[in-house]
Write a protein that binds this ligand. Structure first.
Ligand code: SF4
Length: 342
């Protein structure tokens, strides 16, 4: 496969008059000949759907896995992180809008060619425990991510999706043998907010998270708490209840602090009191691991059995980790997560 070649997409079906329906994400775009999907990186050419970003990397870095954020997945390891341009969402607060919205806003792509083998070789040379498909939305570079993920597993490297969770069950069925972990952005718990600020729907995200759990993908959930947009206690309670009861009380929930950004520069940063209240709501709903992120304070892990400190973090670094073989060394309680080899 030649990098940057136009590659025929997977997960689409022909329709009348040369149209195609893309079944990769829950938009299920119906695309006429010559048209693009809502992500602007999948094109119908002559009745066939093509991905425009296969082998087209716009961002590449070695990150602590804690930065994804994943706190219960090989803590202290690094994730070789890559992105191609494009996204199927239009979040007004996107911190990576210059690359995620580039195809939509400028009508062009940018990046450099990298074969799947190059990415895996990069991860190996940097001793990364995993490859993270991140920064933009990995669902829209599904074919490229899947090709890398297959090679990564053969090399003993795990795969992580940092995702908005809008992929279909078909996409998850194809990907999950190679997908070890995901952190899903649950952006709000109201359909109206998804519709107005994101250009998508909430329900498919909830369905995808439940499907990931069912398939055995290690899952952590992240919610950026934005003042006046998704910080209503009743909404947070609904979100926490969903995570606790539908995904399980061992599912970590990350509550991130918002800073003014992109098209939402007129919103204030999240007050500490709002974050603390959200954490209390999560704990009251029965969640065992609720973390506040994007703040200077430590986000530590305590044993849900005896309450003793297990993992102390300083920023994205691990200062101490007392989890042994997935258990608390003091009381023997099992600590949910992935701690061993792939
Ligand atoms: S990935 Fe989603 S947004 Fe892109 S073409 Fe397919 S259905 Fe549409």
């Amino acid at each position: 496969m030649t990098a940057m070649a136009r590659v025929e997409a997977q997960l689409y079906e022909p329709m009348e008059r040369g149209r195609v329906r893309c079944n990769l994400c829950a938009h299920h775009c119906s695309i006429p000949v010559g048209g693009l999907g809502a992500c602007h990186v999948r094109e119908n050419a002559g009745g066939k759907l093509y991905t425009l970003v296969y082998g087209y990397v716009i961002s590449e870095a070695v990150d602590p896995v804690e930065k994804k954020p994943l706190f219960h997945f090989y803590p202290g390891s690094t994730a070789y992180s890559i992105a191609t341009p494009g996204c199927n969402f239009r979040c007004r607060w996107c911190q990576n809008h210059s690359i995620s919205q580039l195809p939509r806003e400028s009508g062009r792509l940018a990046g450099y060619a990298a074969e799947p083998e190059d990415i895996v070789a990069g991860a190996r040379s940097r001793h990364s425990r995993s490859i993270a498909y991140t920064y933009t939305e990995p669902t829209v570079f599904f074919e490229y991510a899947a090709a890398i993920a297959r090679l990564a597993h053969a090399a003993g490297i795990a795969n992580i999706f940092v995702t908005n969770g809008y992929m279909t069950t078909d996409a998850l069925a194809a990907l999950h043998p190679y997908l070890d972990a995901a952190t899903v952005d649950l952006k709000a718990f109201r359909e109206t907010t998804y519709h107005r600020y994101v250009g998508a729907r909430l329900q498919p995200v909830l369905d995808a998270m439940k499907e990931m759990k069912r398939l055995g993908v290690w899952l952590e959930v992240t919610t950026l708490i934005i003042p006046g947009l998704n910080d209503d206690p009743a909404e947070l309670r609904d979100a926490a209840a969903f995570v606790a009861h539908e995904l399980g009380p061992d599912t970590p929930w990350h509550l991130s602090r918002f800073f003014p950004m992109y098209q939402m520069n007129d919103y204030p940063p999240t007050p500490a009191a709002t974050l603390n209240r959200a954490r209390d709501i999560g704990l009251a709903e029965g969640l065992r691991y609720v973390y506040i992120g994007n703040v200077a304070d430590e986000a530590n892990t305590s044993c849900p059995g005896c309450g003793r400190l297990l993992i102390r973090r300083r920023g994205y670094s691990i200062a101490a980790n007392r989890v042994r073989a997935g258990k608390c060394p003091d009381c023997g309680a099992a600590i949910a997560g992935v701690w061993g080899d792939v």
